[in-house]
Design a protein. Structure first.
Length: 321
């Protein structure tokens, strides 16, 4: 049995997002889409196909606390007795999304973005984008929130699914794997297009997690799983996860090589490298481009191929010879 895929509009660059419905033995929804009437209507209509309503939902399971995956969770708790489940690392985000978002925005604004050598006009553009994002979700009441760990399976559709921790796109990301039916709910871990390794604020006193190297580790672990069907967070379900992983890894290594060549050719700041590597993008700086280049640099640093130097408050990259 396939989980029922609901395709929901986001209005974001990513396009649509998927939620998955398991109508029996108790109605469970995995992810919700952004906070929107349209999305709510799609979920209600899918439930109606099974003679159910929103009020019948028992559990909402969130793969990771990004607005396009958790936006309607709070509203569902108001209109049902459903509990919302998330991996323990994601709990603070569901409890207080605006507060967590504000902390991340401050980290970007006061620290991270200042190191990139961005032209001044991009800052309001980026901050507007961040302000817009926070409006696409709501916090979930504490008494309706349940956290899960990595050792206890989750029951979906009457069978147990293993929780697989897959940081990279988000440090709080979990996927769900059903070993007998070889089904894999891949969230934003495995998509037909490589997900963006989003820079997150490090935990107090710790170094920033290098998101792309961490993502490659997660990819290697998912590659080991025997999977027939992948149900991604965006796009159509697919088969052949190992071929896709090989292709994405090759592409990442190719782009990393291009990044190194640009440094060698005299592009030393992140902004200068983005301008070369993403010439095909519109001139507004896209997060995708920024975060991918940070990821390639993290890989090159980890390999010892380049070194980072701070000059006038901006990170510069040079070949290690
Ligand atoms: Zn997503």
């Amino acid at each position: 049995m396939h989980p029922i895929r609901l395709e929901l509009e986001t209005g974001l660059d990513v396009g649509t997002v998927n939620a998955y419905l398991f109508p029996t033995p108790e109605p469970v929804l995995v992810d919700t889409g952004i906070k929107s009437e349209q999305g709510y209507g799609v979920i209600a209509a899918a439930l109606a196909d099974h003679h159910l309503t929103i009020a019948d939902l028992r559990r909402v399971i969130i793969t990771h606390p990004h607005v396009d995956h958790c936006g309607l969770a709070a509203r569902i708790t108001r209109e049902s007795e459903a509990t919302v489940w998330i991996y323990e690392r994601g709990q603070p985000w569901l409890l207080d999304f605006p507060g967590m978002w504000q902390q991340r925005t401050r980290y970007y604004q006061e620290y991270f973005l200042t190191k990139l050598g961005l032209p001044a006009w991009t800052e309001p553009f980026i901050l507007n984008y961040l302000t817009m994002m926070v409006q696409l979700t709501e916090s979930v009441p504490a008494d309706r929130l349940i956290t899960f760990d990595l050792d206890s399976p989750l029951s979906l559709g009457g069978v147990d699914w293993q929780v697989i921790y897959t940081p990279g796109h988000a440090s709080m990301m979990t996927c769900f794997y059903q070993p007998e039916t070889r089904q894999f709910l891949s969230a934003d871990m495995l998509l037909s297009k490589t997900p963006t390794p989003i820079v997150e604020q490090p935990e107090a006193g710790q170094a920033r997690l290098p998101a792309l190297p961490v993502y490659l580790d997660s990819l290697a672990r998912v590659e080991q799983l025997d999977i027939d069907w992948v149900y991604p967070g965006h796009g159509e379900p697919f088969t052949g996860h190992r071929a896709l992983i090989a292709q994405q890894r090759a592409r990442i290594f190719q782009r990393k090589g291009e990044c190194l060549a640009h440094i060698q050719a005299g592009r030393h700041t992140i902004t200068a490298i983005v301008d070369e590597m993403y010439r095909h993008y519109p001139p507004q700086l896209r997060f995708t481009a920024l975060w991918m280049v940070v990821g390639y640099l993290d890989l090159l640093k980890a390999e010892g191929a380049i070194k980072e130097e701070e000059i006038n408050g901006v990170w510069h990259y040079y070949l290690n010879q």
